[in-house]
Design a protein around this ligand. Structure first.
Ligand code: AMP
Length: 113
């Protein structure tokens, strides 16, 4: 089912777009948790990581290639950053369209809360 992220991709609601191509779309998180907080999403509407199938391997691989490219462009790659797919309630997923959080620009603790 379409979410707010589809509306952002379709430019029906505004967002600070960072990158887009035929397979993926990246924009700044509206509630950033660090100096750089970008959401990288596939154009394909996949609700959660649990719904990924082998046919999605190319799309997921594409996200993993693009994420470090974006991190480098944002100037956070050398010092480090975090890539996160929150999945379902225990992880705090709030939007049912998989999204890779690219978070950086400050030191982070581990384990996450
Ligand atoms: P998650 O909690 O992992 O599902 O992440 C959803 C993220 O989407 C949160 O970090 C929100 O701040 C972010 N978000 C929700 N609505 C928007 C929006 N309209 N534009 C940008 N980011 C959004």
């Amino acid at each position: 089912m379409a979410t707010i992220f589809t509306k952002i991709m379709n430019k029906e609601i505004p967002a600070a777009i960072v990158y887009e191509d035929e397979h993926c779309f990246a924009f700044r998180d509206i509630n950033p948790q660090a100096p750089v907080h970008i959401l990288l999403i596939p154009r394909k509407e996949i609700p959660t990581m649990n719904d990924v199938t082998p046919e999605d391997a190319k799309i997921l691989g594409h996200l993993m290639v693009k994420a470090p490219e974006i991190a480098k462009k944002e100037g956070i790659a050398d010092k480090g950053y975090r890539l996160v797919f929150n999945t379902n309630a225990h992880a705090g997923q709030t939007v049912s369209h998989i999204h890779l959080h690219i978070i950086g620009g400050r030191s982070m603790s581990w384990p996450p809360g």
